[in-house]
Design a protein around this ligand. Structure first.
Ligand code: KG4
Ligand code: ZN
Length: 340
């Protein structure tokens, strides 16, 4: 299929729209609500949905304007259908359905995680299958075998918390506002990652590709409690560096191990946690040492955005006009994790 795709993403707390032309990103607009939610220490679903509603049309207009195209030039409209906050998803889905219906276009309903994986298909990375993909975000942590972009296969996933969730909760214990990832990374740069020995989930439990992050979070809680307020303040940077290392090292290790087990020539990372400099470094170095190709999207294509939804749309069947009118958003992931 050819032609311009207008993509819309509203699954969590970023209102995003993009125009993509095959692998080329003509525009990618992201209006983040993070500041709005930081006073609550996390995303408030109802606040997110209402804010998407006030912002989405302007973000779509901006994406078209920056790409220097009009709605008439668009061949198909793509939107994140699942998984995510239901009220937030509904705003994107209703907007996309209305735009597509009114202009007689087909609609592509995309899985958010499929988007994170497909981000490396976009130029300038332009990674072709086969490869092994790590996706680590606020809600998901998984490794997929991508022999075909249309059908990623789950190899391993977190058995409890997502890596981003552990990062955000740990950052909060260290007094870093939501979302904690960027602040934790900044603080960790001044610290010693070997100062504290945090447990690495499922380490030494055979060749598995699963993750566990509940233990490391609790371990940080106990250390902070034992150190007390003053002690914690004095060791904040060392705590941040050690905690970050305990979270990102298993991500890199399991990804590289998955490539080895499945004889894959390349690895990729995606999702908000893939914006982390230490994870990027570990994956780059590990891949180089093993002679693997590595695809790491620029940071703005790791955190939530609509360009990646436009990429996944290239591998998702379009629903012809007007058959999508009765289609809905879905909060949950399907069995197996990705609806491709
Ligand atoms: O993919 P994403 O933007 O949204 C979800 O789909 O969840 O991921 C958000 C997660 C948050 O937990 C955030 O703290 C984390 O990605 N994150 C980071 C960094 N930037 C964002 N984690 C570590 N280091 C970063 N620089
Ligand atoms: Zn995401």
């Amino acid at each position: 299929m050819t032609g311009l795709v207008l993509a819309i993403e509203t699954s969590c707390d970023e209102t995003a729209a993009a125009v993509v032309d095959g692998r080329r990103v003509l525009s990618s607009i992201v209006a983040s609500q993070a500041e709005l939610h930081s006073v609550y220490g996390g995303v408030v679903p109802e606040v997110a949905a209402r804010h998407h509603l006030t912002t989405v049309n302007a973000v779509v207009d901006e994406a078209l304007r920056e790409a220097r195209v009009s709605l008439d030039d668009i061949a198909r409209i793509a939107v994140t259908r699942r998984p995510g906050l239901i009220g937030a998803l509904l705003v994107g889905v209703a907007t996309a359905k209305a735009l597509a219906y009114a202009t007689g276009k087909d609609l592509v309903m995309v899985d958010h995680l499929h988007g994170h994986i497909a981000a490396v298909w976009l130029a300038p990375l332009s990674l072709d299958a086969p490869f092994v993909a790590l996706t680590a975000s606020g809600g998901h942590t998984r490794i997929d075998l991508v022999e075909d972009y249309a059908a990623p296969q789950l190899l391993g996933q977190t058995l409890d918390d997502a890596a981003g969730e552990a990062i955000d909760k740990g950052a909060r214990l260290l007094g870093i506002p939501y979302p904690g990832g960027p602040g934790l990374e900044q603080l960790a740069r001044e610290g010693d990652s070997s100062a504290f020995d945090f447990p690495v989930g499922l380490q030494g439990r055979g060749p598995g590709l699963d993750f566990s992050y509940a233990g490391v979070k609790t371990a940080l809680l106990y250390v902070v409690r034992d150190l007390g307020e003053e002690g914690t303040a004095a060791r904040r940077a060392d705590l941040a560096a050690s905690y970050q290392e305990a979270i990102v090292r298993p991500l890199a290790d399991r990804l590289l191990r998955a490539a080895e087990i499945h004889g894959m020539p390349a690895v990729s990372i995606g999702g908000g946690v893939a914006a982390n400099g230490r994870l990027r470094q570990l994956v780059e170095e590990g891949a180089a040492a093993r002679g693997l190709m590595v695809a790491i999207p620029e940071r703005s294509l790791c955190t939530d955005n609509a360009a990646m939804i436009g990429a996944a749309a290239a591998f998702t069947p379009a629903i012809p006009w007007p058959q999508y009118v009765g289609e809905d958003a879905i909060a949950t992931a399907p069995p197996g994790g990705i609806a491709a």
